[in-house]
Design a protein around this ligand. Structure first.
Ligand code: GLU
Length: 486
């Protein structure tokens, strides 16, 4: 059997990071098993689905590199097929036409609620209370239609829904890849609506028909769908279709253990892009969030594809830990190819407008040596401020202190030596500084601070010799001249 997985988001908003993790698990499972990973946009809810949301989901998935193996299936385009299946089920006797109207159902629920409230009142006998509770629970129980076994329409042309004949009795078990054996009583399953009175399919029917038609063998999705599985399996059975292997993944929680919400951090996948996370960083973090393989913490895509399995998914909800995400991301920044990293960094360098060629040159040259200077692209972009500062540099308090008269006079001597240099490299600059110190009896601790102040204005920067190489001879000397002339 060739493995087929799918990710089936509803296009009603952004791609939630929980959804991104589900997509990743499906992607990795398909890759691991040499199968196919498919995408289905579940746009049956016409009121809440938007093209903008579909685009946002596709954009986020493309950013993460979770490219489906075939063009996305739009669920709404299959509506005719869904209706055909519902009618075939009527012919097979596994579904039926139901003439109960939504108003009647509503009235039934309200009556159930009234009885439930009434059972709580004081001054009634236990017998009355039990009777009320029994009535309430049967009215509020999963709906079993009076038309299950036939029955004539109230009027010849009365509108009808098509409902599944839910399993009669006994218990129903799903053998879930993550949750293990989950059993419920058949009475908990209702005669669910598959086609509405206007002939449109419901989600519960559409998802089953589409998964069957797409050849899906493994459904990995959020555990908020676990209960739906008990309503979906009977549809497969009614049609005589193979039931896929289900795995329901626990939700992501916040660091306090509560359901993930905005106050815990961003929910939208692409906001992590905007915050300067690399796609491989976010993916590696999401992978470990709820899945483990031995005690390995960080996986590249290739490693994950080699070892991913559903059995490694944890049963308990995982907690979002932004510090850990930053650590993982920092790791992938260090691993990133320099040219690609520059391109990824570019938008963060240009938030205040384009950068000139000379600035870009300096940053490109410095980048391979600066990769450990930020755990996000925003931090990394800021780490280049010292290369980008405009002359004459603004000095912070420490830099002003370092450029005291004494500091300046030390710098003056070095300036002359630097002017004389014929070759400009990290190594030759180090050599010049060392021999200047040796000749004057100054220590690095005496010359370093004024030099650093002149070159950076007090902005954080790494070792000075490479900084001077990256700035280039002209800019270095000009920055020093600015301070000595002043
Ligand atoms: N469209 C559903 C959702 O967004 C997913 C359904 C499924 O994976 O079966 O939650």
């Amino acid at each position: 059997m060739s493995v087929v997985t799918r990710f089936a988001p509803s296009p009603t908003g952004m791609l939630h990071i929980g959804g991104a993790r589900t997509a990743l698990f499906n992607y990795l499972f398909a890759r691991r098993n040499g199968g196919r990973f498919l995408l289905r946009i579940e746009d049956t809810d016409r009121e809440r689905s938007t093209q903008a949301a579909t685009d946002a989901i596709l954009d986020a998935m493309a950013w993460l590199g979770l490219t489906p193996d075939e063009a996305p299936v739009m669920q709404s385009a299959q509506a005719g097929r869904h209706a055909d299946v519902a009618h075939e089920m009527i012919a097979r006797g596994t579904a039926f036409k139901c003439y109960v109207t939504p108003e009647e159902l509503q009235a039934r629920r309200e009556l159930g609620e009234e009885k439930r409230q009434a059972s709580k009142q004081d001054g009634i006998s236990d017998t009355e209370r039990h009777a009320l509770l029994a009535e309430a629970s049967s009215l509020l129980a999963p709906f079993r239609s009076p038309y299950r076994d036939g029955g004539t329409p109230p009027t010849p042309d009365a509108p009808f829904t098509v409902r599944l004949r839910a399993p009669e009795s006994g218990s129903r078990t799903v053998d879930d890849g993550v949750q293990g054996q989950v059993t419920i009583d058949a009475s908990e399953i209702d005669d669910l609506v598959m086609l509405r009175a206007d002939g449109t399919p419901t989600y519960m029917l559409a998802v089953v028909v589409d998964d069957h038609d797409m050849g899906v063998t493994h459904v990995i999705r959020g555990d908020d769908h676990l209960r739906n599985t008990f309503r979906q399996v009977p549809i497969y059975e009614a049609m005589g279709w193979d039931v896929p292997r289900f795995s329901h993944v626990p939700m992501i929680h916040g660091n306090d253990g509560a359901k993930l919400s905005k106050r815990h951090g961003a929910l939208s996948t692409t906001v992590y892009r905007d915050m300067g996370y690399l796609p491989e960083g976010l993916k590696a973090y999401l992978l470990r969030l709820g899945w483990s393989h031995g005690d390995q913490e960080i996986f590249t895509d290739e490693e994950a594809i080699r070892v991913f399995d559903v059995s490694g998914i944890n049963k308990a909800p995982a907690r979002l830990d932004l510090d850990k995400l930053a650590t993982v991301n920092a790791h992938f920044i260090r691993l990133a190819d320099n040219d690609r990293l520059f391109d990824l960094l570019y938008p963060f360098l240009t938030t205040d407008g384009a950068i000139g060629d000379e600035e870009a040159r300096r940053i490109r040259t410095a980048l391979p040596h600066m990769k450990d200077r930020g755990s996000t692209l925003i931090e990394l972009a800021n780490a280049f401020d010292f290369l980008r500062a405009k002359r004459p540099l603004e000095l912070n308090k420490n830099a002003r202190k370092a450029l005291s008269d004494e500091g300046k006079s030390r710098l003056k001597g070095l300036q002359d030596e630097l002017h004389r240099m014929s070759q400009w490299s990290d190594a030759s600059i180090s050599e010049t500084i060392k021999s200047y110190c040796a000749a004057t009896g100054l220590s690095m601790g005496q010359i370093g601070p004024p030099l650093r102040a002149a070159l950076t204005g007090g902005l954080p920067a790494p070792d000075l010799a490479p900084v001077m190489e990256w700035l280039g001879r002209e800019e270095t000397l000009a920055r020093i001249d600015d301070q000595l002339a002043g």
